[in-house]
Design a protein around this ligand. Structure first.
Ligand code: FAD
Length: 518
């Protein structure tokens, strides 16, 4: 049925007159176009840099890179491609921290969004409206630093802050705050988007469509989690709250998976509960800390490791409550009460008290440490999944205690934490499971250039296990090699996704690296 729909939309599109001119500009012959003088380059250093990403497992060369200095440069580029008979592919590249060439444009133009960042502009904070208008090329750490100057902060985060606003809004943006606040895409009030269809009928400023829940709402929701398929987002209005000063940060260790998930699920169901809740799996691979944070007191490493050795797999519940100086006493009491109500292994509770910004930026230290050892820019065959709550025990048994222990190659952070479906809006593009509660599971692997394929093979094994067991698991930060994979990925959302593609990018110009519309 979905294939039929695609064919019908395709024929309709062919019959719809689209203004074209007779020239066929290609990236290599627009290099001399005056509009892009000094901004469009085919220099090998730029093209090479745009061909790789954080994943380091693909190399996809564009013909040129555009370093825009204004939104108009991006409009001009998309228009040029759209208006020509043989349009060329275009991909926005934020910080290039995706894994499989998602921000690549083979033989096309990569738009280096970061060249738009200008310290003097690009973020306007409304104290009364409690929002910030942000150029999407900004990194979340930059947004945080700016809003904190005014005592305000966005509420929903990713674990790592050196990602662009445009990059995470194209996926979802999840972390331990998602259970309370929803993903980052649920905390956006308005977007400015340059779609790939000209002329347009949207309400907006000239060629830019402004959209929100009340204005051009179909485009608004399409772009949120839209994998860059429907337009380049240039501005986002992000919700803010008063910034807390400090974070009480606790970890509890469990040997029993059902106690661990029962406690996690109870905590996320409590209204006005914690500000952050995550969880992870710990395996017998040396010291208990990893690059995501240095946390456990060195004097306790030995006893934690010996517990892991005894049980082979243990679990860590991680929670945070923000507070200010005047509420220190009550937060201490609250956390004590919380500890008493949980079913972790007694004696295995750890506590840290840090500034709000140190908590949010906790991954940075590990990153710099790995960078100094040359271990950051290595292959990262990551796998991220959403697992329905009803399947998480089978997943534990078959994957963590099955595939992972058997193969014995997985190292690095292994995340598992629940979130609530009602914090996501169904009109947004991100595919999520149908159940009220589902788990984010992340295999954040670091590999060597000569062994990453073994990890990738394990990823395939995990996916196959879930598929054979009909667990309705959905990839987050997805990669699918074929369109059949994407049809399955989106399930009931596929038809809407395709309709929106034909509506906003009928010539399939944008974000070809996602490999959805070949
Ligand atoms: P890029 O890799 O540059 O682009 C990703 C996709 O978005 C591409 O398709 C690109 O075309 C599109 N895109 C980029 N900018 C725009 C724009 N302005 N308009 C339209 N499309 C655009 N994710 C989480 O949710 N939670 C986490 O905790 C988390 N932690 C991470 C930790 C690390 C160390 C890394 C490397 C990644 C992590 N991620 C996490 C994944 C990350 O959110 C995504 O990979 C995100 O897309 C990266 O942002 P980026 O700016 O590097 O985007």
């Amino acid at each position: 049925q979905s294939h039929l729909l695609v064919i019908i939309i395709f024929i309709t599109t062919l019959l719809t007159p689209i203004t074209t001119n007779n020239t066929s500009p290609q990236p290599w012959n627009i290099l001399s176009n005056d509009n892009f003088a000094g901004k469009l380059t085919s220099a090998s250093s730029s093209v090479e840099a745009a061909s790789i990403d954080f994943g380091h497992v693909t190399k996809i060369l564009p013909s040129a890179v555009l370093n825009p200095s204004s939104v108009q440069d991006i409009i001009d580029l998309i228009k040029l491609s759209f208006d020509s008979q043989s349009s060329f592919p275009i991909a926005a590249r934020g910080h290039g921290h995706s894994f499989r060439g998602q921000a690549a444009a083979k033989d096309g133009v990569v738009v280096n969004m970061r060249s738009m960042v200008n310290e003097d502009r690009g973020i306007k904070v409304s104290r009364t409206g409690l929002y910030a208008d942000v150029d999407t090329a900004w990194l979340w750490i930059e947004v945080l630093n700016k809003t904190l100057e005014l005592g305000l902060t966005p509420v929903s985060w990713t674990d790592y802050l050196y990602l662009t606003v445009g990059g995470t809004l194209s996926n979802g943006g999840i972390s331990g705050q998602t259970s309370r606040y929803g993903p980052q895409i649920s905390n956006v009030l308005e977007l400015d988007i340059i779609t790939a269809i000209f002329p347009r009928n949207f309400i907006g400023k000239g060629e830019i469509a402004t959209c929100s829940n009340d204005m051009n709402s179909d485009l608004f929701y399409a772009a949120l989690g839209g994998l860059g398929q429907f337009g380049i987002i240039t501005r986002a209005r992000i919700k803010l709250e008063l910034a807390p000063k400090r974070a009480k940060w606790l970890r509890f260790l469990y040997t029993d998976f059902s106690e661990f998930t029962r406690d996690q699920e109870r905590l996320i169901s409590e209204a006005d509960g914690l500000h952050f809740l995550e969880g992870s799996v710990m395996l017998d691979h040396g010291p208990p800390d990893n690059w995501r944070s240095t946390y456990y007191p060195p004097s306790d490493h030995l006893r934690i490791v010996s517990m892991i050795k005894r049980h082979r797999v243990i679990y860590c519940l991680e929670v945070v409550k923000y507070y200010d100086e005047f509420s220190q006493h009550s937060v201490n009491e609250e956390m004590e009460e919380l500890s008493e109500s949980l079913n972790f292994v007694r004696g295995f509770v750890y506590e840290k008290d840090v500034t709000y910004i140190d908590f949010l930026n906790r991954v940075r230290t590990g990153e710099l440490n790995l960078k100094s050892k040359g271990q950051w820019d290595v292959p990262h065959p990551w796998l991220n999944l959403f697992v329905p709550k009803s399947q998480i025990s089978r997943f534990d048994y078959g994957v963590f205690k099955g595939i992972i222990l058997r193969n014995n190659i997985t190292t690095g952070p292994l995340l598992v934490y629940p979130m609530k479906r009602n914090m996501w809006n169904d009109q947004m593009s991100t595919a999520i499971p149908e159940e009220d509660v589902f788990y984010a599971v992340g295999f954040l692997r670091s590999a060597e250039f000569d062994n990453w394929e073994a990890y990738d093979k394990e990823n395939m094994e995990v996916l196959k296990f879930c598929e054979d067991a009909k667990m309705d698991v959905i990839q987050y930060l997805p990669y699918h090699a074929s369109q059949e994979g994407w049809v399955r990925h989106f399930g009931p959302r596929w038809n809407t996704f395709v309709e929106r593609k034909y509506k906003y990018d009928p010539k399939m110009i944008l974000s070809p690296g996602q490999n959805i519309f070949q």
